[in-house]
Ligand binder design. Structure first.
Ligand code: BGC
Length: 752
């Protein structure tokens, strides 16, 4: 008999009231901690204990949203709610309970970290960890349990409006970078929610695109980064994508979720729907979805406060169970996963309190920006700018002043501060240098997303000719002209739920650049974008920097690299094609650029030949800039690669070593890339595939040896017949390169 029960039974009738309340108090605060509240007990025991205490209704309540970004806990048992947040570059500001508009908090302005393309361009796994750790601390401070990010969808087309949120075209690079990011976030007791699983490779028709892709391509190109996030990163959450695959929406896709993710990969975390990505109650129940968010209910009640009860995994599910149409086996599995999430996050006793807008976080953002910027071209070594010896610098272009943290969709941020490129350059130049600004062109003067406004007034009524004339006049006697343009976060630029209309720069920027090139030969173009852009003027412009959306510290990082305070060391995480037709998705007609009403099949006909895997096979077409390309203010010399063995067995490995020397005058970092080529195979294989990289710092004159270890996984391809990874015996080349188009040496070995 429990103590409380004993008290009630033995209470004298008269003095009962007083004694009863005491008894109730004792019952509410049990002497022995229940297992589910006992942090010393293994999580699985706590999960089972909590599950056993929950009613059917309580179980239903924890598997769907209760507001825009939260889901319910079990108040009766003291199990807290789950609070999610976008993601992936900073902690999104608070919106109303059931509206997208701003709740008007004054303590939710965050640090904007560089967009994930920039992180990927660092090729620095330590920075990826620092990124995750820092953003995880911001999330913790803001009381969030799940960060909706990072994104690792593969860069298939340069028109995809969301490429800036992802980590480029190569599954290996994305995989190496996502693992430490996830670990860094989760060290805080905050779940990383890796998105968007899977095959969400463009935005137009995103709810209606049914991807047709062969298994080999799926496993070799589109899944590895997710698999790494789950198996090596230990991600606690994953978000289903909006599109369909095999005619099922990916948020409840039996093959992707049940068979691969939870089956083959043994995933024990939650599958979260993308907001509004759930379409079918039965599929939601059976096909692996665990938490439903953002569903726009039945049209009658959309947006209403009680709409959440109408979610597929709310009342409709409950009704099915009550009527006996479905059992509770799936429900218990979902609830177990949600409880596991809670014990890992909201009920994690070791969780700290995080930190927000700390100088450490700004420093992290700047370090990532500094290393992510890519020097694409530097003819005549016109960069870096020696600020000590110049008198006048002309900065041209809207992106020199436009705030880029607002816009772009769900990753839009409300920031505490954002240093514009112009301000960063002015700060670095100091008062002795005249820094003149000319607008050059008018792009998009709006700056608003879901009620967050940039507060900038960029309105300008001058004509294009007037703006160009002003810039050209100023350019004539400038020591340097720095054009800062590219894309922005507006619709049809780098923006969620819309794709770009073409590869070219918008707002006639090419004309401005050409006019500037005609009058000043010290022209630097800084392209701000998350995507490749066409550069028809490339021959006329001596220096080009790829500068991404860098966030709060954008201006500082850009000035760091322009001035040479930081020697650029980023390399491209995706190919810059010279023309859109050089990109196979477009060449083969498997991209639908127009909105459609019904489901549209998009077949990934290029198969595994995405990005450099395609470019490598084309004899005639050269990319504008290759995957892995990026220059430095110093020179690196590569020695001849050597191997420790000319043969390898399937359970062994070989090592490949190469000496790298800094042959220039400045310290710098080099990203040494290892690609593997299979000389002969039963299935067509790419010319070469990235299987290793290392970023090293070298002082002038210094030499370091980089050693890569290659094992059988690095030699394998996915055999769709056998449904397994296969390495066929034979000769392989280990290719050491500075970029996909800049091979520095190779050594071969044989797999026995
Ligand atoms: C996006 C997700 C995002 C979610 C919540 C969706 O529209 O696709 O990436 O996390 O909204 O804002």
């Amino acid at each position: 008999m429990r103590f409380s029960e004993f008290l009630v039974r033995t209470l004298p009738k008269a003095g009962g009231v007083l004694f009863l309340s005491a008894a109730a108090a004792v019952a509410a605060y049990p002497q022995d901690k229940p297992v589910y509240l006992d942090g010393t007990k293994p999580i699985e025991e706590r999960v089972e204990d909590a599950l056993g205490r929950m009613t059917l209704e309580e179980k239903i309540k924890v598997i769907h949203a209760q507001s825009k970004f939260s889901s319910r806990g079990v108040p009766r048992l003291g199990i807290p709610e789950v609070w999610t947040t976008d993601g992936p570059h900073g902690i999104r500001s608070e919106v109303y309970w059931d509206e997208w508009n701003q709740a008007g908090w004054t303590n939710d302005s965050c640090v904007a970290f560089p967009a994930l393309t920039c992180l990927a361009a660092t090729w620095n796994t330590e920075l990826a960890h620092l990124y995750g750790k820092s953003i995880g601390e911001e999330a913790t401070f803001r009381g969030k349990d799940m960060l909706l990010g990072p994104g690792v969808n593969i860069y298939r087309s340069p028109l995809n409006g969301r490429n800036f949120e992802y980590m480029g075209e190569d599954p290996y690079l994305a995989g190496r970078m996502v693992v430490p990011y996830v670990q860094g976030v989760q060290e805080n007791g905050v779940a990383a929610c890796v998105k968007h699983y899977a095959l969400n490779n463009h935005e137009i028709n995103r709810h209606r695109t049914n991807v047709i892709v062969d298994d080999r391509t799926l496993y070799e190109i589109y899944l590895p980064a997710f698999k790494a996030a789950v198996q090596e990163g230990g991600a606690w959450a994953i978000m289903g994508s909006y599109n369909l695959y095999r005619d099922q929406h990916c948020c409840h896709n039996s093959y992707l979720l049940n068979d691969i993710l939870k089956g083959e990969w043994g995933y024990d975390g939650v599958v979260v729907s993308d907001w509004g990505g759930t379409h079918d109650t039965d599929q939601a129940i059976r096909n692996g979805l665990d938490m439903e968010f953002g569903t726009g209910t039945d049209g009658l009640r959309s947006g209403a406060r009680n709409a959440y009860d109408s979610y597929h995994m709310a009342f409709p599910y409950l009704e099915k169970i009550r009527k006996g149409e479905v059992g509770t086996e799936e429900l218990d599995d979902k609830v177990r996963r949600v409880l596991r999430l809670m014990f890992r996050t909201s009920m994690n006793g070791d969780r700290g309190f995080g930190s927000f807008c700390s100088e450490e976080h700004y420093a992290a953002a700047r370090a990532i920006g500094d290393e992510g910027i890519v020097l694409l071209k530097n003819e005549g070594n016109i960069l870096p700018v020696d600020f000590g010896s110049v008198e006048k610098i002309l900065v041209v272009g809207e992106n020199a002043v436009k705030m880029m943290t607002v816009g772009g969709g769900s990753s839009s941020l409300k920031v505490e501060r954002e240093i514009s490129p112009l301000d960063g350059i002015r700060e670095r130049a100091g008062s002795d240098v005249e820094v003149v600004y000319a607008r050059g062109y008018i792009g998009d003067v709006t700056g608003e997303y879901n009620g967050v406004t940039s507060g900038q007034d960029l309105a300008d009524t001058r004509s294009a000719d007037e703006l160009i004339a002003e810039a050209v006049a100023q350019a004539k006697d400038a020591d340097y002209v720095i054009f800062i343009g590219g894309l922005n976060k507006s619709k049809h630029q780098d923006c969620e739920d819309s794709d770009r209309k073409g590869l070219g720069l918008p707002y006639d920027q090419d004309r401005v650049i050409e006019a500037l090139a005609a009058v000043n030969d010290r022209l630097v173009v800084v392209n701000i974008s998350g995507n490749a852009v066409a550069m028809p003027w490339i021959e006329e412009v001596p220096a080009v920097l790829q500068a991404w959306f860098i966030g709060s510290e954008a201006g500082h990082s850009i000035a760091d690299v322009l001035s040479g305070d930081v020697n650029p060391s980023g390399k491209l995480p995706f190919t810059f094609p010279a023309r859109l037709e050089d990109c196979p998705a477009h060449l083969l007609g498997e991209y639908c650029g127009e909105p459609v009403k019904d489901t549209v099949d998009i077949e990934y006909k290029e198969g595994i030949f995405v990005g450099y895997r395609w470019t490598d096979r084309q004899k005639k077409t050269k990319p504008l800039f290759a995957f892995g390309h990026g220059l430095s203010y110093t020179e690196f010399e590569y020695g001849k690669p050597t191997t420790d063995s000319s043969t390898m067995t399937s359970d062994g490995h070989v090592t490949v070593s190469v000496d790298i020397t800094n042959a220039g005058q400045r310290a710098g970092k080099e990203i040494v890339q290892l690609y593997i080529a299979d000389r002969k195979s039963s299935l067509p294989r790419p010319v070469k595939e990235l299987k290793g990289f290392e970023k090293i710092l070298l002082q002038p004159g210094e030499t370091k040896t980089v050693t890569f270890t290659i094992d059988v996984d690095d030699l394998s391809f996915f055999d769709p017949e056998k449904h397994e990874w296969v390495a066929e015996p034979g000769r392989f080349d280990a290719i050491v390169a500075a970029a996909a188009d800049d091979v520095r040496g190779s050594v071969s070995f044989e797999l026995k």
